[in-house]
Design a protein around this ligand. Structure first.
Ligand code: AMP
Length: 115
């Protein structure tokens, strides 16, 4: 794991975070600067720099990322009213942390725009 990767360090338990879910391969924790009442980041424990670096053999991992988001949305009580799933990819995509993460955002009315 890259020593300097903040999300690897969260996954390893070296940096404190508000973890809401974890299993052998994934961790989900609350965003430190939440944009909505529910703002959770779901990450694979393995270091993948971005969605652009996903390999063919990682299809199942990519699918599980979304399935975890669906289950967490239910757990957070936002599944019925709706929510947003976002993966920022690369600099023009607005990605700040270079470790693949899926944002689960909800609990308020979100605008229709994509920025
Ligand atoms: P992105 O712009 O898609 O790369 O999103 C990165 C997200 O990570 C931002 O929403 C940050 O607020 C969040 N973030 C950065 N550092 C931490 C941290 N230590 N714990 C929780 N969330 C973080």
């Amino acid at each position: 794991m890259p020593e300097e990767c903040i999300f690897c360090r969260i996954a390893a338990g070296e940096v404190p975070s508000d973890i809401v879910y974890q299993d052998e391969d994934f961790v989900a924790f609350r965003d430190i600067f939440p944009q909505a009442p529910t703002h959770v980041l779901i990450i694979p424990k393995t270091h993948i720099t971005s969605a652009a670096r996903l390999m063919e053999g990682q299809q199942e991992l990519a699918g599980r990322l979304i399935m975890i988001a669906r289950k967490l949305a239910e757990k957070e009580g936002i599944a019925e009213r709706g929510y947003r799933l976002v993966i920022n990819c690369g600099s023009q995509g607005g990605q700040q942390v270079p470790h693949l993460h899926l944002h689960l955002i909800g609990g308020r009315q979100l605008s229709g725009g994509l920025g």
